[in-house]
Design a protein around this ligand. Structure first.
Ligand code: HSE
Length: 300
């Protein structure tokens, strides 16, 4: 272990993310301009505030990720007061658990006075989280494709056209990622593999161009959305209302239950979000832009 116990406070900001983007199952993820904020300060004992009291335990994901990072990077750990301030809804699908994992790992480095090592952060976060598609954009920012090779997470960042708006709709219920993964078939036919790879590549290019017709043409997933949509009781009616109101396409964000309408510009996004709220007033709806910024840390 190296490093003296820190006496400084550190604030870590991590963007919400939307994984999969339809045809990019377990591969594509996008950082959004909505940050979860975590403040870390040395304390006599572990204390977690700003969230439900049930998270104030040593099993807290931010704390466990901090400890794992200290161990992995050879840094001294210390008891902390962790204050979480997250606007990300608990329905699932906007990377809230990734924000916790990434925040803990980055805090370990920042409290030790180290710059953020994004590659190490990414590989460790992927090990903790299980899949890289949420953690990669949370660490790097932007639209990111990723795969795992020999324990490392390898990423490529792609541009996103500035006209695109992402209308996120979180219902007042949750879909657990474990349940959403259980709903998937264990094998897919070869025809679905080529269907998916071709459309995933086209989606990356279409998001860069921002052309609605190109996004609409390729955004037809065959390997997860058909199996997962039935887990979200309001999926079909919100999809229909969003497309009627002018959305380019309508997707499950991550593994749900949050849904995502991709729109061309602010006016269209407003029409889609108004239509969704009119249909389901209890929906949490937020229009977001892609964010180029990944995780950041600063000393207070
Ligand atoms: N790619 C993952 C899934 C994201 O769809 O199961 C969930 O975090």
């Amino acid at each position: 272990m190296i490093g003296e116990p820190s006496t400084t406070r550190v604030i870590v900001r991590v963007p919400a993310t939307s994984a999969n983007l339809g045809v990019g199952f377990d591969v594509l993820g996008l950082a959004l301009d909505l940050d979860a904020t975590f403040t870390f300060e040395p304390s006599e004992r572990l204390l977690v505030s700003g969230c439900d009291e049930s998270f104030n335990t040593p099993d807290n994901l931010v704390w466990r990720s901090y400890l794992m990072a200290c161990q992995e990077l050879g840094l001294a750990s210390q008891p902390l007061h962790i204050h979480e301030d997250s606007p990300i809804p608990a329905s699932g699908g906007l990377g809230s658990s990734s924000t916790c994992v990434v925040a803990g790992i980055v805090a370990a480095q920042a409290l030790a006075g180290r710059p953020i090592d994004r590659q190490k952060t990414l590989s460790l976060a992927t090990t903790i989280e299980g899949h890289p598609d949420n953690v990669a954009p949370a660490v790097m920012g932007g639209l990111v494709s990723s795969y795992i090779e020999g324990g490392d997470t390898i990423t490529t960042r792609w541009p996103v056209a500035p006209n695109l708006r992402f209308v996120c709709m979180a219902p007042p219920y949750r879909v657990l990622t474990s349940d959403a993964r259980m709903a998937l078939p264990s094998m897919v036919p070869m025809s679905s593999v080529s269907w998916q790879v071709g459309r995933c590549l086209a989606m990356v290019s279409a998001l860069a161009s921002g052309r609605g017709k190109d996004i609409r043409a390729c955004c037809h997933d065959r390997i997860h959305e058909p199996y997962r949509a039935p887990l979200i009781p309001d999926y079909e009616r919100l999809q229909e209302a969003s497309l009627q109101a002018g959305a380019i396409t309508f997707l499950i964000s991550g593994s749900g239950a949050t849904m995502l309408a991709i729109c061309d510009g602010d006016t269209s996004a407003r029409q889609v979000s108004d239509a969704a709220v009119a249909l389901m007033p209890e929906l949490w709806v937020r229009t977001m832009c892609a964010s180029e910024r990944g995780v950041s840390a600063s000393h207070l």
